[in-house]
Write a protein of this length. Sequence first.
Length: 191
Amino acid sequence: MTPSKLPQLIAPNSSLRKQVDEMSGEKVSACFQCEKCTNGCPVTFAMDIVPHKLMRCVNLGLRDEVLNSDTIWVCASCETCTTRCPNDIDIAHIMDTLRQISQREGIEASQKNVPLFHSAFLSSVKRHGRVHEMTMAIDFTLKSQGLKGLLGQAGMGLDMFKKGKLKLLPTQLGANSQVRNIFKKAKRKGR
Ligand code: SF4
Ligand code: SF4
């Protein structure tokens, strides 16, 4: 959706903002639309609703537009916006929260590979305590491109392995108790 396609007449609804505030611990209503987040964001070229407008949409309760946007999946979580916000709003955290809400509500992500990558990344951390690139890449490629895709990428993986860019075995075979506890706590909170 492009910003020009956002509804022009809106009856504000606070339900999305309240949900985001509660889950993230942030205060979206503090946003006064200074645009500093958008001006510093390195990936606005690929977004359909730039960050400050997305914040406005959350405040207005435009649930469908926000949760179906490319923006929440294109965000690279670089936190530039967060460090620039004069109101100390952690916008990167809000993007993450919106991704969680979108997934919980079963909305298909516009950038289909992004949730698959998140899932492969977190599975690797959960299993080993840190990312093991080789198994994560295999997991992600299998889920996103199937066996054919994996075979197609095998040559590149082998080259990287030969150059020492990929390790055959993870440095840790199992996650330590601290990492396991983080995942347990997140599960209890429904994240
Ligand atoms: S930088 Fe902060 S206050 Fe400014 S538009 Fe972005 S979220 Fe709102
Ligand atoms: S965290 Fe996301 S929205 Fe914020 S500057 Fe980085 S890419 Fe843009």
